[in-house]
Design a protein around this ligand. Structure first.
Ligand SMILES: [Zn+2]
Length: 321
């Protein structure tokens, strides 16, 4: 347990000793919605030149009944070549379900085989795509007890109960594949630059949701506006002062590029890059935290607090993720 003297092993006041005397950690999980070569390449060239190495998710296959404008998949050769280059430059390639459209078990299995063939490994990180019926523990299944009832009332029964990847025997079931082949799955997103402050025990296992090895939370920044608001100078300075860790959840395809890369985004990320931060991919950060804290199984109280905080964020601030 690498905590500084005075820090407690479990409390939010932990100060983690980051590798190489870094003062804090910052990374991004990029949801691949709407991303193609045109808008993705300048975003990643910029991150790379600033010294960030983050996580880009992909869809391995086009799938059936794909919506127009969903974004590119690894079936697009020039796009795939670029994704492989990113991997070779030190970016992590994660998965956003195997396709932008719902996949049955056989299609998911095939999508995982394709991922392994393309990248020589299974994805360490995954985020559910909201349009996929096989999304795992999604909708109301993200929540328990009263929080789940509130969510269902808020979102409507159809949306809340539409996700079936964890239901054994269902044609969309792939929970065993998830458990065996994916290490980290993204869940709650918070309006807090220091993701580690929102969830000091990340990543964690939830025994109520056994098909996921470990869950990780993240920080709200779904498009260019909310992203740049979240990485304000004040928030950057606080993240650094708290010695925290930030996992931004964003969509690189969501208006960062509009014939040129957004000026506010560039300015703030350039400022952040000059700080003494640990800028590694999501799985690298989570592996490090897990080595430090060991296997954390979430308690009932911890689960209730995480769920309630997220639900409030969703209701009061219209959190999109
Ligand atoms: Zn998505």
């Amino acid at each position: 347990m690498a905590v500084l003297p005075g820090g407690s092993a479990a409390g939010p006041m932990n100060r983690i000793e980051w590798p190489d005397k870094k003062r804090f950690a910052f990374t991004i999980f990029d949801d691949t919605d709407k991303t193609n070569l045109q808008n993705g390449l300048p975003f990643y060239d910029f991150l790379r030149d600033c010294g960030f190495r983050t996580t880009k998710s992909v869809w391995t296959v086009k799938g059936e009944n794909r919506l127009p404008g969903a974004g590119s998949t690894c079936e697009d050769k020039p796009y795939l070549d670029w994704v492989l280059q990113l991997r070779d430059q030190g970016f992590e390639i994660g998965l956003h379900n195997v396709s932008s459209a719902t996949s049955n078990r056989a299609q998911t299995e095939k999508g995982f085989e394709t991922f392994r063939a393309l990248f020589d490994r299974d994805p360490a990180t995954l985020s559910n795509h909201a349009a996929c019926g096989e999304s795992i523990y999604w909708g109301a299944e993200r929540l328990s007890g009263i929080n789940r009832m509130l969510y269902t009332a808020l979102m409507g029964k159809n949306h809340a109960e539409n996700f079936r990847g964890h239901i054994q025997g269902d044609p969309l079931f792939w929970g065993d594949i998830c458990r065996d082949r994916v290490t980290y799955v993204r869940n709650f997103v918070y309006n807090e630059i220091n993701t580690l402050k929102a969830c000091p025990f990340m990543p964690y296992h939830d025994p109520l949701r056994p098909c996921v090895k470990y869950w990780f939370p993240s920080t709200e920044g779904a498009d260019v506006d909310s992203f740049t608001r979240m990485i304000s100078e004040k928030n950057q300075d606080r993240l650094e002062a708290e010695g925290g860790a930030c996992i931004m959840y964003t969509h690189a395809g969501n208006r960062f590029w509009n014939n040129t890369l957004d000026a506010g985004f560039k300015r703030l990320m350039t400022r952040l890059s000059k700080k003494n931060g640990w800028f590694v991919p999501v799985a690298t950060l989570l592996d490090f935290l897990r080595e430090n804290q060991g296997h954390h199984v979430i308690s009932k109280g911890e689960r209730t607090r995480l769920e309630t905080k997220w639900l409030l964020h969703k209701i009061m601030l219209g959190g999109s993720t």
